[in-house]
Write a protein that binds this ligand. Sequence first.
Ligand code: ZN
Length: 238
Amino acid sequence: MIEEQYDILLELQKIDIDIDKEEKKKRNLPLIIEGVTKEIQRLKNSLKNKNEDYKNLQIRLKRIELNLTEKSNKIKKHQEDLYGGKISDIKELKQIQKVIANYQKEKDSIEEDVLDLMEEVEDLDKSISHLDRDLKVKEEEFKKRKEEMDLAKLAIEKNIDSLNIKRGEILIKITDDRLLKEYKLLRKEKGGKAIMEVDGSVCPGCYLDLPSDVIYQLKKNRKIVICPNCNRILIWKD
Ligand SMILES: [Zn+2]
């Protein structure tokens, strides 16, 4: 009678181990989307930074353009003085020419800056559209992976459900509550196997040699013993 209970317990353990495996698979499911989620976050951050850079560049460009207009206006005003005929003093006229030349030089240098900035804007534009495209590709991949993950999750849950039904059927057959409690405690403590089938001189739970009297007791009428090392329930395999 008691031996039969241990056989049922072995069956229960098989189911419990299968359930553990399925639960572990379920826990690991987010790994399917982890990589692509990180990649999307990285792309979004890059895009945010590049857009920020783009905005700042536009502000700088506007400021420089204002500066250019100011220089042009100054040149225009001095040219009016120069050619307006109101000033006849040669020295003063030469002074005005010098001032105009200086403004022109400044204007030229600013225009060079504008060209450089325009080039930067163009480069940024390109990398923003590349990032946009990469992001779309990754988001598409995420969608696929997520569907894959959801399907896998459904399959696992279905497996767990049917394993639990089998488990329930086995549980009904266990009449020894004390044994079941011991089994549950041991399984929690050992993180897997609480009851082990022995067919040699070694405990398959802790891999240590069993004392000869333990093996003798095990073999004799399939008597159940506890491993003196790891405390697992041992049963002789027929
Ligand atoms: Zn052991």
